[in-house]
Design a binder for this molecule. Structure first.
Ligand SMILES: NC(=O)c1ccc[n+]([C@@H]2O[C@H](COP(=O)([O-])OP(=O)(O)OC[C@H]3O[C@@H](n4cnc5c(N)ncnc54)[C@H](O)[C@@H]3O)[C@@H](O)[C@H]2O)c1
Length: 283
């Protein structure tokens, strides 16, 4: 007998599906993988070797049961993604879900290049950082979509979820990053690449969403707001004031939306960007 309880379970059940999460060993990627594994998916944690993807996959498997796989891969390299695909297909035979989650996330405070302190300002923004951020956040998502999308085409089914950001739909408020006593031309700012990559991912989502409809591949984006990760009080207080819900997200608070978008619960949804930001972008 089909009960509503079964219907709830069926909508969110991912038993036997194979989900690739790029940047899956990172702060949010791990939690995205965890909810998919909890719903029954075999999760492939795809990340740089330095992020220990195999260890993170073991943690997922131990916590949730389905066999998971950690693979060291660099998503800026076609050859690296293709090797990962070959290992995944040899092991699981299919790819059902791809979450394009990896990004460079350049920290406003840190200096990735040895350039002077104001490196993040547009006038000084190093071309090397621009290229590197776009290579991971955008080109990486394109390459993974192309390579894993073709596995979905073969089976006439699949879901791609691109992880954008609230800053894919609103401008950064540079007042958040201001430091007392620092001259105007040296004030740190949110790097331009963040806005560019996240906005472009929403464009990639729209493009792909109509490209493979005949193959039953749905493509959506999620735009999370900022996650609390022990940022300084001065920053969080300013940010909380911009968020109607008055707080940043917890790192597991996108799991519901991720499961919805990766499961049959969203079976008639494609090409959309689900904004989950405590209301920040509605103001
Ligand atoms: N944390 C937030 O507040 C927040 C808010 C909105 C959106 N996001 C987005 O969510 C996603 C995850 O963010 P996070 O906070 O978990 O960041 P994170 O830095 O913890 O994770 C990113 C992961 O990507 C991996 N990665 C980087 N370059 C790679 C490459 N070339 N190949 C493979 N993997 C690579 C890193 O090793 C890391 O594990 C990002 O797209 C980020 O922009 C985060």
């Amino acid at each position: 007998m089909v009960t509503e309880n079964n219907r709830v379970r069926d909508l969110f059940d991912l038993t036997g599906r194979v989900a690739v999460v790029t940047g899956g060993a990172g702060l949010l990627g791990y939690h995205h993988g965890a909810i998919l594994a909890a719903a029954g998916a075999h999760v492939v944690v795809l990340d740089l070797a330095a992020a220990s993807p195999a260890l993170r996959a073991d943690q997922l498997q131990l916590a949730h049961g389905p066999e998971c796989l950690g693979l060291a891969a660099d998503i800026t390299s076609e050859a690296s993604i293709e090797s990962a695909r070959d290992v995944i297909i040899a092991k699981f035979g299919r790819v059902d879900i791809l979450i394009n989650n990896a990004a460079n996330n350049p920290k406003v405070e840190a200096d990735p290049t040895g350039e002077p302190k104001q490196w993040s300002r547009l006038e000084n923004f190093p071309l090397a950082v621009w290229n590197a951020d776009i290579a991971v956040g955008l080109t990486g998502a394109f390459l993974c979509s192309r390579i894993f999308g073709q596995e979905m085409v073969k089976r006439n089914a699949g879901v791609i979820l691109n992880v954008a950001s609230d800053l894919g739909v609103i401008a950064p408020d540079q007042r958040l990053y201001r430091k007392e006593g620092v001259p105007e031309d040296q004030q740190p700012v949110k790097p331009v690449t963040y806005s560019v990559v996240k906005t472009a991912l929403i464009g990639l989502t729209r493009y792909l969403s109509t490209y493979w409809t005949a193959h039953n591949i749905r493509v959506n984006a999620i735009s999370p707001g900022g996650v609390f990760a022990n940022q300084p009080d001065e920053f969080t207080q300013k940010l909380h004031a911009l968020i109607p819900m008055g707080r940043m997200a917890n790192k597991d608070e996108y799991q519901g939306a991720v499961l919805f978008l990766c499961s049959d619960a969203s079976s008639y949804m494609t090409g959309q960007n689900l904004i989950v930001d405590g209301g920040r972008s509605v103001l």
